[in-house]
Design a protein around this ligand. Structure first.
Ligand code: HEC
Length: 115
């Protein structure tokens, strides 16, 4: 935007901000979609939001990564590359989310990190 356009007054600027930012806010987190994908991907077999099962609760994961700038990238790798994890002393491949859509993966990560 050319700086001079600010001279048209605050209303024009306000409209531009609403047009640019409202869709971003709407896309920030879709909790229903996140829960549906987590369910479809069998994550709940080993995870719950606030109770430890074979895997840590998502609240625990959120607490562990709170304030860490690389949280999203690390969890992205964790839920897309089937890393080895130990379950009852036995190595197993960790599940990946059942989607090829990166935005859907990021949505689940945002959901986990905001528990
Ligand atoms: C067979 C059991 C099992 C299933 C199914 C499973 N997980 Fe896990 N998950 C684990 C275990 C065990 C850990 C702990 C691994 C560790 O800390 O080494 C873990 C860790 C995690 C973590 C934290 C990783 C970290 O860096 O601290 C996230 C996030 C996660 N799982 C998400 C998911 C998602 C999303 C799914 C579904 C696609 C899923 N898990 C399915 C067992 C499972």
């Amino acid at each position: 935007m050319h700086l001079l356009s600010f001279r048209r007054g605050p209303s024009a600027v306000g409209v531009v901000f609403i047009l640019l930012l409202a869709p971003l806010a709407a896309r920030a987190l879709d909790a229903d979609a996140a829960q549906a994908l987590v369910k479809k991907s069998d994550c709940l077999k080993c995870h719950a939001v606030d109770k430890k099962k074979d895997g840590p609760s998502y609240k625990e994961v959120a607490a562990k990564y709170k304030g860490k700038p690389d949280a999203e990238q690390r969890l992205f790798t964790h839920v897309t590359t089937n890393p080895k994890v130990k379950i009852d002393g036995k190595e197993e491949e960790h599940n990946s989310l059942k989607t090829k859509d990166e935005a859907e993966v990021r949505n689940v990560i945002q959901w986990i990190l905001s528990r």
